[in-house]
Design a binder for this molecule. Structure first.
Ligand code: PXL
Length: 282
């Protein structure tokens, strides 16, 4: 099983490839990488970061891979720095995804109702086009609202199924993370997702107060790890969401700054045990 992770390298801040590579490869599959940019830190919460766009290097990298006849079972794309890179991902899918392979898009664009620096409405439109070529998409609630044109500030719990349905109009297996729901007087944090048979489902974990950077990257990477091991969508969502919540809990416990990312390292063993158990049953 060979996975390609397309994402940036934020040297500090534990997101994108510094999260995807360790989690996907620890899941027991090959994880090749295509870095889209190198930054000294990610762009969320640090001033003065460096940003080197690697678009110019990508055609030669791909030409070399073609000469090696590389093909992937799963391709996951994350942070893309430009519309040109969105187009590159579309052509990478055409050239490098095996017949019957899985294209997963994490449409990294924003959080807490706002787009990240560097992104605008045109980028959102193009990202919608990329999502339309994916089998699975994993937006957070902010990204889902931009992709569907729903007003983030007015979204309520009762709107989540309709949001999922709207995403389903352009991608067969959408899921939305970071959906707060009330459950027995407590606020929980849920993933709303669609199963392969088209039915909708959600899975909730404890909500830990605070903003935690990089949670989406941990979730997407663990989901890929699980799917790559043949685990079905219900179990994959459950295991990935639990790992993410445990990583958030650890980070809150450690009291480290949110912008330095999730302390998921010490929760990795429990994640792998859960994955191993599910993969044996699959
Ligand atoms: O975690 C998402 C992410 C990935 N890569 C870069 C980012 C962000 C979010 O801010 O800035 C460069």
């Amino acid at each position: 099983m060979r996975v390609l992770a397309i994402n940036d390298i934020s040297c500090v801040g534990k997101c994108s490839l510094t999260v995807a590579l360790p989690i996907i490869s620890a899941s027991g599959v090959t994880c090749d990488i295509l870095p889209t940019a190198i930054l000294s830190t990610h762009t969320g919460g640090f001033a003065g970061y460096t940003f080197r766009d690697l678009s110019e290097d990508i055609p030669a990298i791909l030409a070399h891979w073609k000469s090696l006849r590389l093909q992937y079972d799963i391709i996951i794309s994350g942070y893309l720095g430009s519309i040109e890179q969105i187009d590159m991902v579309k052509s990478i899918k055409r050239d490098f995804l095996k017949e019957g392979g899985l294209m997963i898009v994490d449409p990294v664009m924003g959080d807490n109702g706002k787009l990240y620096t560097h992104f605008d409405d045109r980028f959102v439109r193009e990202m919608r086009g990329l999502c339309a070529e994916a089998d699975v998409i994993v937006p957070n609630l902010t990204e889902a609202s931009f992709l569907t044109g729903c007003d983030y500030s007015s979204i309520q719990e009762s709107d989540y199924p309709a949001l999922l349905e709207k995403l389903g109009q352009f991608c067969p297996l959408p899921s939305v993370t970071g959906c707060d729901i009330e459950c027995g007087g407590r606020t929980m944090c849920a993933v709303f997702y669609t199963r392969a048979d088209g039915s909708a489902a959600h899975f909730a974990t404890e909500k830990i107060e605070g903003a935690f950077h990089g949670a989406g990257d941990v979730y997407a990477s663990a989901l890929v790890g699980c799917l790559a091991r043949g685990v079905d969508m219900d179990e994959a969502v459950r295991i990935a969401a639990q790992f993410t919540t445990e990583s958030i809990r650890q980070t809150a416990l450690d009291g480290t700054e949110a912008r330095y990312g999730l302390n998921s390292e010490s929760r990795m063993y429990a994640y792998l045990q859960a994955l191993d158990k599910a993969a044996r049953k699959a």
